[in-house]
Ligand binder design. Structure first.
Ligand code: TRP
Length: 331
């Protein structure tokens, strides 16, 4: 099983990202051949600062390595280091329907949020994303629910390529986690925890110091009741139950049983302590890794070399199938 995912370069990963996505990446290393890249080229499709982008790639790399990605067990690299991604983007554009790109909801949302310029890169974002995955002939793509439409497009692109030029690419499947998707903002428990759309006090960041984590959880919005149970009118408590269940790796029912008869105060304190214990080792490893940029560079470069080995083979097949470049000599 070959697994691929791309990760946006931002150092501000929150608890929802951690539970929903990052733990899956780490687990992927033990389930199959896992390939992950930090997608700095995708980050250039909206307004950004070059210096900050470079820093953010290091922040993200250190966060993921701190969370348990092991460069010996997976291929971990920076997207822009492997030029095959950009070349394949162009080649795939010939089997990508303009009308499909025009229907992408993320493009519509992001383009209306741009103040200065809606770049053609933003429009092409899903083609680059397809190239990321198809270059490795990955079978499985762990992504959030918000990426479902991009995954469908990627599958269409692969299918259209194969139909037009012969069986060359693998049509990948999305793997959309259930758990992390349910982690809600602590202040507005009807909204997902989010870096962009959430509230600062309702968002626990992986790199928050323990007192900040504790304070955010203890001041989470709850209802006027007293029972620690999940219910539609108890969004705040339900969210804290889900969080504690995810962090402990148990079922929510288990948590309800354990806190039966306890007040909200004691329950919130238990959640706060559990999350602090859960995130602290990551934050500590992050600090060590982030301090050594040359080492991070080396890890990313070694990852890119391994990635290139795989991607260059696919590119050779794609070019040949498309009649681009000379015929390859047969060995
Ligand atoms: N667009 C994805 C996101 O915002 C990130 C991404 C880029 C990605 N390339 C990818 C995810 C390839 C999976 C596979 O989350």
């Amino acid at each position: 099983m070959r697994i691929f995912s791309g990760i946006q370069p931002t150092g501000r990963k929150h608890l929802g990202n951690y539970i929903g996505a990052i733990t899956q990446y780490v687990a992927g290393q033990h389930r199959g051949e896992a390939i992950y890249c930090v997608v700095d080229l995708h980050a250039t499709t909206v307004a950004y600062e070059p210096d900050i982008l470079r820093e953010s790639v290091y922040d993200t790399a250190a966060t993921l390595l701190g969370a348990g990605l092991e460069p010996d067990r997976c291929i971990f690299f920076r997207q822009s280091d492997v030029h095959e991604h950009t070349e394949l983007t162009w080649l795939l554009s010939s089997v990508t329907a303009f009308g499909d790109l025009n229907r992408m909801t993320q493009f519509k949302d992001k383009s209306s949020a741009q103040r200065e310029l809606v770049s053609a890169g933003l429009f092409f974002y899903p083609v680059l994303m397809a190239a990321d995955v198809l270059a490795y002939r990955a079978q499985e793509v762990p992504v959030g629910e918000d990426q479902r439409q991009h995954l469908e497009l990627m599958r269409d692109i692969a299918e259209r390529f194969n139909a037009r030029f012969g069986q060359t690419l693998v049509v990948p499947e999305a793997r959309i986690p259930e758990v992390g998707a349910r982690i809600m903002d602590l202040q507005f428990p009807d909204r997902k925890m989010s870096t962009t759309g959430g509230s600062p006090q309702g968002t626990v960041y992986v790199l928050d110091e323990p007192p900040a984590v504790s304070k955010k959880i203890r001041s989470a919005v709850t209802d006027s009741g007293t029972e620690v149970v999940r219910a539609p009118d108890k969004a705040g408590i339900s969210n804290l139950i889900e969080i504690l269940a995810a962090v402990r790796g148990t079922a929510p029912e288990e948590i309800e049983r354990e806190f039966d008869g306890e007040g909200y105060g004691a329950f919130k304190q238990a959640v706060a302590d559990a999350v602090v214990t859960y995130l602290s080792p990551v934050r500590e490893r992050y600090a060590q890794l982030r301090a050594d940029e040359p080492k991070l560079e080396q890890v990313l470069e070694e990852g890119a070399a391994k990635a290139r080995e795989v991607a260059s083979g696919t590119l050779a097949d794609v070019r040949e199938a498309m009649g681009v470049g000379p015929v390859r000599p047969r060995q």
